[in-house]
Design a protein around this ligand. Structure first.
Ligand code: FEO
Length: 401
């Protein structure tokens, strides 16, 4: 049965949710599910903005048929070809064979590659407009937010931006589809940060370019492809500010994230002593993560969140422990930078992990080491404890600067 939501007098939400999905993009746990947003504009022409993942296609087609109310579908605007938004494309074409596809050249190539779709499309590029009645669609390219073909649509008459993956979040919609009608900071922000850094975090420069374009537009509503719709001045300003900080790779909060990789608990012990020493010095925001346990998408998000990070790892096969090495590789792949870091290493006969971590992390952009690397051989001794205390004090002092 259909379950549409009216966004404005002639704009209807026709998307759906998936709460059964285990891993978004086969990579990221989404315990709170995910929404696939699609919007229908009912003007002199009818315009659908993107389709949905196959998981939400049944309710999507019910919604679309209901919202059209017997009218034909004139246009489909394709902003992004990733299958979480394009998987229902072929069925849409079968259901509405006269629909005109409106998109850019890169999407056109991908439509051929994915679906063998070779029909004529209405090709648009940066700044092109399409009048559909009272409303004018203005197209804005946004390459690499999140794929190279991505574009946004702006409707000046509504001051409304269809922002593709940008400003989206993990987390299914429940009840309201509006950010101002949910507890976004409490219920969505951690997911939004994790979504941002894992999905588009690598492309900070491109996100900054998109933000600069957005700054030149008067925007009163943002309709993303995932998560709630933004429609109040305060909430839009708040979320744009988050995106600005995130895409500049700046810390969102002053605090410390301690990441440890421990086999028999001694490196964990050192990490927890260090965290406690930092807290004793008055730093209230200290988090400790076992990198072998917490999902890497959350580790990445938390590393980007804080101003200071600690990497504590045991030595393994003369290198860094597997899960820590994997985490460092993921941070590097996402252009992690602009942070203060400290290092703790362990090794029962030849501690080497710390030097390797310093070599890796020290080569990243604008990373500054705080304090001296602490080495433990097997277990923490009183002498090591003193070194951890000194490191904790140095980190705390730096955080409080
Ligand atoms: Fe929601 Fe890049 O797809």
């Amino acid at each position: 049965m259909h379950n549409t939501v009216t966004i404005g007098e002639d704009l209807i939400y026709v998307g759906g949710n998936d709460r059964r999905i285990a891993l978004f993009e086969s990579a990221f746990p989404v315990p709170r599910g995910v929404s696939y947003n699609s919007y229908l504009l009912l003007d002199e022409k009818t315009v659908l903005f993107d389709t949905v993942d196959i998981a939400a296609s049944e309710v999507f087609f019910e919604n679309l048929g209901h919202a059209l109310g017997g009218r034909t579908l004139d246009y489909l605007v394709v902003h992004h070809m990733e299958p979480d938004h394009s998987a229902s494309f072929v069925r849409l074409l079968q259901t509405y064979p006269d629909v005109k596809v409106v998109t850019n050249q890169k999407v056109k190539g991908m439509l051929a590659n994915y679906f063998g779709f070779e029909r004529e499309v209405l090709l648009v590029k940066e700044g092109d407009t399409l009048s559909v009645g009272k409303n004018t669609l203005t197209f804005v390219v946004a390459p690499m937010v999140h794929w190279p073909e991505v574009m946004f649509t702006y409707i000046p008459e509504k001051k409304l931006l269809f922002s593709a993956d940008a400003f989206g979040t993990f987390g299914a919609l429940g009840g309201s589809v509006f950010a101002d009608e949910v507890h976004f900071e409490r219920d969505f922000l951690d997911d939004a940060r994790r979504y941002y850094f894992n999905i588009v975090g690598k492309y900070g420069v491109q996100v900054q370019n998109a933000l600069k374009k957005a700054a030149g537009l008067e925007i009163s509503t943002i309709c993303p492809l995932h998560g709630p719709i933004w429609r109040t001045k305060e909430s839009i300003a708040w979320y744009l500010a988050k995106y600005d900080v995130w895409s500049k790779y700046l810390p969102e909060e002053k605090g410390v994230a301690v990441f440890y990789a421990s086999v028999y608990g001694h490196t964990q012990n050192a990490a927890e002593i260090l965290a406690a020493e930092i807290a004793k010095c008055g730093v209230t925001d200290v988090k400790v993560y076992d990198v072998s346990v917490t999902h890497i998408s959350e580790l990445l998000s938390e590393a980007f969140r804080y101003s200071h990070v600690v990497f504590a790892s045991t030595t393994y096969n003369n290198g860094v422990f597997i899960s820590m090495e994997n985490f460092l590789r993921d941070l590097q792949a996402h252009a992690f930078q602009n942070r203060k870091y400290a290092v703790v290493e362990n090794g029962s006969w030849s501690p080497q992990a710390g030097g390797l971590i310093e070599e890796t992390v020290g080569a990243w952009k604008n990373m500054r080491k705080v304090g001296e690397k602490v080495t433990l051989v097997s277990a923490v001794k009183e002498e090591t404890r003193e070194k951890l205390k000194a490191l904790g004090e140095a980190i705390a002092e730096d955080v409080k600067k």
